[in-house]
Design a protein around this ligand. Structure first.
Ligand code: MEV
Length: 327
């Protein structure tokens, strides 16, 4: 039996996309986790298996061999993991072979940070297995470096929340600050089931911003103001204001082109069913939306999302970032 580590998925409450350009964002870790188990091999192979994606293959002498599933998909999913493992091995000072098994409860390519959660869990598991001292800051850095391969120009928000957990105010130049949120934030998450690439969505915003700088810059300022207001509303547990701010934030994201029909159906259904506010979360273009909902309306909003074809689930915030589950 090997070492097992886990890391949480996340939802972005406010500020996705604009965070890539230095604006603040509010993100919280949720109780859906990715698990990674690592054990040492006698040879130098890096064998990877994703139980939930039905993918398996190994890297050896710089080449990748597929063992289960689609080779292209496996390579793109495993590449950032390989990079993170290489960084831990560098610290270890010796190249050793490893079996790594991933088991994730986080929907993939849905805006919930599944890739960062997986890489953070793998990094921590391999570090603990090889007795390489990895602080949380090290896990964050390693995960961030490998995320750059998948996402192009990521802000670092996904690796930060998967590593540290809790509720964070995140900004690229100043880093992150834990936000104290005592109250529960009752949310229904709706998965459109439409998978999309974060990189493509980030590129879409970049090209709109380049084409219409004078229009998009005020949009970014508005997004900043939303985050500042939301910090106070979170402190005061003012759910009505938070809901309104979510609706405005969604409109801004729609404006820069990252909503789509599947998201609009779910967002509108949630609002009609009584949600205080609803918006897409993460990269958009499909993926997930979130609906802030009074406890007594949760069931109704859940059912409304289901009725229009979404896959709803309830999520709770968690303070637990990356952690070793078993040594
Ligand atoms: C993805 O979870 C969030 C984006 O803002 C991209 C990023 O911050 O790296 C869309």
């Amino acid at each position: 039996m090997g070492v097992v580590a886990s890391a949480p998925a996340k939802i972005i409450l406010f500020g996705e996309h604009f965070v890539v350009y230095g604006e603040p964002a509010i993100v919280l870790a949720i109780d859906k986790r990715a698990y990674a188990e690592a054990e040492q091999r006698n040879d130098k192979r890096l064998c990877l298996r994703s139980v939930n994606l039905n993918l398996a293959g190994y890297f050896e002498n710089g080449t990748f061999k597929i063992e289960q599933g689609d080779a292209k998909e496996a390579k793109s999913k495993f590449e950032p993991i390989k990079l993170a493992v290489a960084k831990v091995l560098e610290k270890h000072g010796e190249n050793v072979g490893l079996n790594i098994q991933i088991n994730s409860t986080v929907p993939v390519a849905a805006g919930l940070g599944s890739s960062a959660a997986v890489v953070a869990a793998v990094t921590a598991a391999v570090g603990a297995l090889l007795n390489v001292k990895m602080s949380k800051e090290d896990v964050f850095r390693t995960t961030y470096e490998s995320e750059k391969i998948v996402h192009g120009t990521p802000s670092g928000i996904d690796p930060a929340i998967s590593t540290f957990g809790g509720t964070l105010l995140f900004q690229m130049d100043t880093g992150f600050k834990p936000l104290e949120v005592k109250a529960d934030i009752p949310l229904v998450i709706g998965d459109t089931g439409v998978e999309r690439s974060t990189r493509a969505q980030v590129e879409k915003v970049r090209s709109i911003k380049e084409k219409y700088p004078q229009i998009v810059e005020p949009v970014m300022l508005a997004a900043r103001e939303i985050v500042l207001r939301a910090i106070d509303a979170l402190k005061e547990n003012d759910l009505e204001t938070l809901g309104e701010l979510m609706n405005i934030n969604h409109a801004l994201l729609y404006g820069v082109g990252v909503s789509d029909e599947s998201l609009e159906w779910l967002v509108n259904a949630a609002r009609k069913a009584g949600a205080l506010g609803a918006k897409l979360t993460g990269a958009g273009g499909g993926g997930c939306m979130i609906a802030l909902t009074k406890n007594e309306e949760l069931e109704r909003v859940f059912e409304a999302i289901q009725r229009v074809g979404g896959k709803p689930f309830m999520a709770r915030k968690t303070d637990e970032g990356v952690k070793i589950e078993r040594t």
